[in-house]
Design a protein around this ligand. Structure first.
Ligand code: Q46
Ligand code: ZN
Length: 298
């Protein structure tokens, strides 16, 4: 933790990490102890560390794992589910874990639907991202959670920030925040309690807490631009310690002062004619169109 000039033993590190997490939750008014929080868990270090620290802090946090069916060339989805199950099973008070298996529910795995829709071109990430966002929101609403929490860390956030700045995507910049509020039309509130932690800090927490997580990245993540931006930003950090956090915090300050306000257009949302989930265009939502859903899937 070079930028904090701190050297802590394992026990104190865990305390420091939990206190920092709580500070961020309170500072950005993410949720209270009375609210039910759904944590999106992938089996990776960040999301499992997040679930762990929220439970330690006494929040009402349950988990959602989405089985994407990505099992080639490595059994990524199967192994990540094992890690999530092991995390739940070794706890004294077992939290609720929801598992949505995409192939069982919608008939195809993510690589299969992506191959079909993109005629074998490119990565399955667009289809995967759309599906995950949809499933997370829908399950959170159906099960009565007011907040959806993800394990995005500072490195994730600034890689996206850097990408958005390189292209001056003002609308995206206006909407990049630690908290995305709920919408009347049925978008659940989304929060990122780890947005101020460096990736190495969440990794250290997982290590000290003995959390077993999947080390491999999704096989489709290799060589993507986000990883390239992370490498660039790490070079910057090694030249100028603290630069990554300053980049993010100064962006949030400019944002809170209204620098992007005029680009923060509130989209009119409609209910999808099939599933009822919010969508920007009338008719079927992007998810129902992609999956060719013609009736409500339970
Ligand atoms: S989007 Fe793409 Fe990720 Fe889905 S296909 Fe893998 S890399 S898991 S965050
Ligand atoms: Zn729909």
């Amino acid at each position: 933790m070079r930028h904090h000039k701190l050297a802590l033993c394992g026990e104190h590190y865990v305390e420091w990490f939990a206190a920092q997490t709580e500070r961020v939750i309170e500072k950005y008014k993410m949720f209270s102890r009375d609210e039910r929080v759904l944590v999106a868990v992938s089996g990776g270090k960040d999301s499992l560390a997040l679930w762990d620290v929220l439970l330690r802090l006494g929040y009402r946090a349950d988990g959602l794992y989405i089985a994407l069916g990505i099992n080639a060339p490595i059994p990524y989805s199967d192994v990540s589910l094992e890690k999530v199950r092991a995390f739940v099973n070794c706890r004294e008070h077992t939290p609720t874990l929801y598992i949505v298996d995409i192939a069982t529910t919608y008939g195809k795995t993510i690589p299969e639907i992506a191959r079909e829709k993109m005629r074998g071109q490119g990565r399955p990430c667009a289809a995967c991202g759309l599906t995950k966002r949809y499933v997370m929101n829908r399950l959170a609403l159906e099960k009565g959670y007011t907040v959806l929490a993800t394990g995005h860390n500072l490195d994730d956030e600034i890689a996206v920030l850097f990408q958005n700045i390189l292209r001056w995507q003002m609308g995206y910049l206006a909407r990049q925040a630690p908290v995305l509020p709920a919408s009347r039309e049925g978008l659940v509130k989304k929060v990122k309690p780890f947005c101020r932690f460096y990736e190495r800090e969440t990794a250290a927490y997982a290590l000290v807490r003995g959390i077993d997580y999947i080390y491999d990245e999704c096989p489709h993540a290799g060589g993507n631009l986000t990883n390239f931006y992370k490498t660039l930003l790490n070079q910057l950090e090694s030249e100028s310690p603290g630069a990554k956090l300053a980049f993010y915090l100064e962006f949030l300050r400019a944002r809170s002062e209204g620098a992007f306000e005029q680009f923060n257009k509130v989209e009119e949302l409609h209910a999808c004619e099939i599933c009822g989930q919010p969508t920007s265009a009338p008719g079927r939502c992007a998810f129902c169109r992609m999956w060719e859903v013609s009736r409500v899937v339970e």
